[in-house]
Design a protein around this ligand. Structure first.
Ligand SMILES: [Fe+2]
Length: 289
């Protein structure tokens, strides 16, 4: 190679390196510009979209199988959004906060407001009469988030306690089969098991959202204190959808039949208590889309 050839080759290399660097700088600039645009879009969305609409969108995303690899992050985002929800964000009718409403003859002790339901998610508001306790019940194979939006409630939650601490997947499969067989035989009232008290606290409108999972805090009872109380609930999947290999997802009720120790009890399935029935009121908040 002559001296001139070497010079030509060197200038080619310098020029191509310059072009590559320029291209990288351009791509970085585009990405940077897109990041700013995304952030701005998100900020605009937070400013313009009513909080319940953002929460609804986040709930659909959280419980959509398409995004199940991000489930934990999405659930945490949903919880954070719910922490900020106020009664006014849901168009809550303040006459339900008035104790006089609950003294009306024939008024049910609980009012149910359906906010949204599809096959993935149920969003609703329950309003409880002063002193009324929603009986101990379960949420079979479901996740749930509960945010108090008015008044104060005592929530006592339980986690099923297996005497054999480590459950293998074979254990779970055989338990599911036993459960399916038991339901098929109509033995709905015989279930008796140990449970640990996982939460027992007073929640108010400024309290954080409570979360239950298929295995943790899946059983709870909710009692209004001296004033009417309301909470917003997101459940997934909703009741009455199918549990694969078992049947419809029914709500069951329980009594504490034995206090074993300060935080361990024995629960017995029971029929729906007569005292528990609801009337309904319409959702008056922003349209969800
Ligand atoms: Fe519940």
């Amino acid at each position: 190679m002559t001296f001139l050839d070497s010079c030509a080759l060197l200038s080619c290399r310098v020029f191509s390196t310059f072009l590559i660097r320029k291209k990288i700088l351009c791509i970085s600039a585009v990405n940077f510009h897109m990041d700013i645009k995304d952030d701005a879009k998100q900020t605009m969305e937070i400013l313009n979209v009513p909080p319940i609409v953002s929460t609804y969108r986040q709930a659909l995303r959280t419980f959509d199988d398409k995004f199940k690899s991000d489930f934990t992050t999405n659930l945490q985002k949903l919880r954070t959004m719910m922490n900020l929800l106020k009664a006014d964000d849901l168009g809550f009718d303040n006459t339900l906060n008035d104790p006089a409403t609950w003294r009306r003859p024939f008024k049910a002790p609980c009012t149910y407001i359906e906010v949204f339901q599809n096959r993935q998610v149920n969003m609703s508001i329950f309003v409880l009469k002063p002193g009324f306790k929603m009986p101990l019940h379960d949420h079979p194979h479901m996740h749930g988030l509960l945010k108090v939006i008015s008044g104060a409630v005592r929530i006592r939650s339980f986690t099923e306690h297996h005497l054999k601490e480590e459950m293998t997947s074979a254990d779970s499969t055989s338990r599911a089969k036993i459960e399916a067989a038991r339901l098929t035989q109509g033995k709905h009232m015989n279930r008796r098991f140990f449970a640990k008290i996982s939460q027992d606290h007073i929640c108010k409108a400024n309290s954080e959202t409570c979360v239950l999972t298929p295995t943790v805090s899946n059983y709870h009872e909710i009692e209004a204190l001296s004033m009417p109380a309301a909470f917003f609930d997101i459940l997934s999947p909703p009741y009455d959808t199918l549990i694969e290999g078992i049947g419809p997802r029914r709500c069951s009720y329980y009594n504490v039949v034995n206090n074993i120790s300060t935080n361990l009890v024995e629960l017995q399935e029971t029929s729906v208590p007569d005292c528990f029935y609801c009337d309904q009121a319409p959702y008056l908040g922003p349209i969800l889309s």
